[in-house]
Write a protein that binds this ligand. Structure first.
Ligand code: MN
Ligand code: MN
Length: 335
């Protein structure tokens, strides 16, 4: 049983609208805190949107997601999982970005996550825009390329923007493949849709062996069939989960920079995460929640609910509750 120090503050003890809003009402345990050695899963804020090319705002995501996440209770009503009892979780705080320097921020992010990986902690990140995933992957894939399940309206596989700019939220996974952080044949992208400039991203995917499942196919085949294929593609190796909130239809998640209509419902948004049960997940992120475009707070609430589902899937990994042992990145040995 997990040390009760790592249990979230219950709504029976303190109303959910009261207190300092950490992720899921968990204790805040910084990387220099001795308690960090007990942590299995770390929720991390990455308040940075330096890669955004259109409507901005995800730098404000972590604070809003923390607030919304105080609504999450102990048990998953659909699956019965009680993640906080299965494994020690904590809010590791925010990665300190440099909002005026993109390359410096990416270096800071990679250095932060290298420490997280060295401590044997599985990171669950609240972004931030989708460029956040690249410096995270640089730390997580230090031991070898990862598979990836990627929910998004967009492939984020473009080569460059504005005549040669390589680092934007439309390019992270192109860079990740080029840098050998991802094994393309173990990557699946689900929900792709909307108007596009051209097919350059999908041509790259096809040439590299990345499986792109457009939303038309998702709706035609159905969630269960598509997710069975996704599990098969990711296989048994170390796998990253990257979730762009614009995967979800803007009727349910309007608070994001580049919404695309015709997407999944909020129920399907949770169900696709539940379908990842059994994968060897070494990290997860939820990106592109933009509070300035989310005046109702509903997008952040959905985002917090998706983060909770991620924790529930991580809690069902074999040996999820075992004390963390520092391990080589991406080996999955301590999973
Ligand atoms: Mn994206
Ligand atoms: Mn997107």
């Amino acid at each position: 049983m997990t040390d009760p120090f790592f249990f979230p503050v219950s709504g029976f003890d303190l109303p959910r609208y009261a207190g300092i809003p950490t992720f899921m009402r968990l204790p805040h345990v910084g990387l220099d805190d001795p308690r960090i050695r007990q942590v299995r899963v770390g929720l991390i804020g990455l308040p940075w949107d330096g890669g955004t090319t259109n409507r901005p705002g995800p730098r404000h995501g972590p604070r809003q997601l923390r607030d919304a996440s105080t609504m999450m209770r102990a048990e998953n009503g659909a699956t019965g999982v009680r993640p906080f009892e299965a494994m020690a979780c904590a809010d590791l705080g925010d990665v300190p970005p440099n909002p005026a320097d993109l390359m410096d921020t990416m270096a800071r992010v990679t250095a932060f996550y290298a420490r997280v990986v060295a401590a044997g902690i599985t990171p669950v990140t609240a972004g931030g825009d989708h460029l956040c995933s690249l410096p995270i992957l640089r730390a997580l894939a230090a031991g070898g390329p990862l598979g990836m399940v990627h929910f998004d309206s967009h492939t984020d596989l473009f080569h460059s923007y504005f005549g040669g700019t390589l680092y934007t939220h439309g390019t992270p996974f192109r860079r990740a493949v080029e840098e050998g952080l991802l094994d393309p044949v173990r990557v699946v992208q689900i929900g792709i849709r909307g108007t596009t400039y051209d097919r350059e991203d999908r041509d790259f995917a096809r040439a590299a062996g990345i499986r792109v499942i457009p939303i038309e196919e998702f709706h035609a085949r159905g969630l269960d069939d598509v997710m069975a294929e996704a599990r098969e593609i990711a296989g048994t190796g170390a796998t990253y989960l990257s979730y762009d909130i614009d995967f979800v239809d803007p009727a349910y998640a309007p608070g994001t920079g580049t919404p695309e209509v015709g997407g999944p419902t909020s129920w399907q948004a949770l169900e696709v995460v539940r379908a990842l049960d059994g994968l060897n997940l070494v990290g997860c992120d939820l990106v592109e929640v933009s509070p300035p475009f989310d005046p109702s707070g509903g997008t952040a609430f959905l985002g917090a609910s998706i983060l909770f589902e991620m924790l529930c899937v991580l809690a069902r990994r074999p040996a999820a509750g075992r004390p963390p042992a520092p391990h080589g990145p991406a080996q999955g040995a301590a999973i």
